[in-house]
Ligand binder design. Structure first.
Ligand code: EPU
Length: 420
């Protein structure tokens, strides 16, 4: 089994260049299926989720090529099928963005249910379905395949999301970009990757306003054209490396970032005792003193990101006192607690939250990643811990962190990838 071997307890020093945002690119690649012409997408992180997504498109007859490092070209002019029923869909969450893309292009779609990280609860798609139905589609789920069809064509409509959903907002934006009339999405997600998707679609000729606020207005256009577009930096990847420096100590600069996107993460890391300086496109974090406790709630953007919750929890295991963390997005996202406790941490999982009593040090252990960000939390804890750790199930980590080994070694970490 593939694993990371980490010899911890060394402070980290140096620079890390951040890749493009995984959760933006997995929405933008399916959006390219709406274009007449070639889309050239730059700053693409070639993580496993993206590689699988490109494979799915190729199975559909789409040209989806990595033409240079971090550069992908998509030409869907020969796409004539609205059906994507592939085992590959089970491998990652964003495969269900094909629903929105097919509905937008063909007015019908058949896509197998998505896989993706499982945080211990269900990951419903009722709000996606609500949006598609408002736009005129009939949606059924048969034998694990989601079937949607707008017999009289898609048309603009108002959609009020009952809860903030990134995936629902993306999927309905894709379905609405070419639906005649006005679509208004209320209580929409405001994450930077939603804005990135809207910018990409607008660059292709769409008419979308308000992305980044909770009301998005989409006036359907007749067609979309190919374009060249560069993906925003990954705020979660950047936050993860900063958290690693906060836990292990030292001074790390993340480059190619938009500091504004990292605001809530930086606030919390500063509360935990880190010293942070920002430039236009970089952030430096240093920590030499004790880690201080810091309680927080993860919530939709601009709140503290749930995708940084496990990594900050790993930092706070070493705080000088007690912290309480709550996750309002995924209320069972605490599967990493047992693993960190095996390293000597003191985390008590409560309903919807976790109480962390800081300890003075962690010890290396044999660890198993249970999902992408839990895996990142284990890497952080292992970098800070005394002794050697071995982390298995690293395919989860590889879903979202491009070149994690070389990036961490570049700042002095003793981490080795062992492929079995
Ligand atoms: N929800 C519903 N009904 C729906 C959709 C969502 O009740 O139809 C609920 C979910 O159960 C959850 C909340 O709404 O409690 C938010 O879910 P959301 O739809 O926003 O999540 P997602 O689109 O499935 C994306 C990211 C996740 C990230 C969440 C929240 C992608 C591919 N995935 O998931 O990223 O945690 O938004 O920000 O963009 C990760 O990168 O590690 C990751 C899991």
């Amino acid at each position: 089994m593939d694993k990371y071997i980490i010899k911890g307890g060394k402070p980290l020093f140096g620079d890390i260049t951040i890749s493009g945002a995984k959760n933006a690119v997995v929405a933008i690649i399916p959006a390219a299926l709406l274009a007449e012409g070639v889309c050239r997408i730059e700053n693409v992180p070639l993580v496993s989720d993206v590689l699988i997504q490109l494979e799915i498109l190729r199975e559909l007859g789409v040209r989806a090529d990595v033409v240079a490092p971090g550069v992908v070209e998509i030409d869907a002019s020969r796409l004539d099928s609205h059906i994507a029923v592939s085992d590959l869909n089970q491998k990652f969450r964003a495969s269900y963005y094909l629903l929105g893309a097919f509905l937008g292009r063909f007015g019908k779609a058949q896509v197998s249910m998505p896989g993706g990280c499982n945080f211990g609860g269900v990951r419903p798609i009722d709000q996606h379905i609500k949006g598609f139905e408002a736009l005129g589609a009939t949606v059924t789920v048969e034998n694990g395949v989601i079937c949607a069809e707008a017999k009289e064509g898609m048309r603009g409509a108002s959609v009020y999301f009952d809860g903030v959903t990134v995936g629902g907002t993306v999927n309905v934006m894709l379905a609405a970009a070419m639906a005649p009339g006005l679509t208004v999405l209320e209580n929409a997600a405001r994450e930077p990757h939603i804005v990135d998707l809207a910018n990409f679609l607008n660059w292709m000729g769409a008419d979308i306003m308000g992305a980044g606020t909770d009301i998005i207005r989409i006036r359907g256009v007749k067609k979309l054209r190919g374009c060249t577009y560069s993906i925003i930096p990954d705020q979660i990847e950047a936050g993860t490396y900063l958290a690693a420096a906060a836990a292990a100590g030292g001074s790390v600069t993340v480059r190619n970032v938009i500091p504004k996107h990292l605001e809530s993460t930086l606030e919390k890391l500063a509360e935990a005792g880190a010293i942070i300086t920002e430039g236009d496109d970089y952030v430096t974090l240093s920590r030499a003193g004790r880690i201080t406790p810091s309680s927080f709630k993860a919530s939709p953007y601009p709140g503290f990101p749930t995708d940084m919750q496990p990594q900050l929890a790993a930092v706070l295991t070493l705080a000088d006192g007690e912290s309480t963390i709550t996750d309002e997005v995924w209320d069972t996202r605490f599967k990493y607690a047992d693993q960190l406790n095996a390293m000597g941490a003191k985390i008590e999982v409560l309903p919807r939250s976790a109480r962390i009593t800081g300890v003075s040090s962690l010890s290396g252990a044999k660890l198993v990643a249970s999902d992408l960000r839990a895996g990142a939390a284990l890497v952080i804890a292992a970098l800070a811990a005394r002794g050697e750790s071995e982390i298995t199930n690293i395919h989860y980590v590889e879903r979202g962190y491009e070149n994690i080994i070389s990036k961490l070694r570049g700042v002095g970490a003793d981490i080795t990838l062992v492929r079995d």
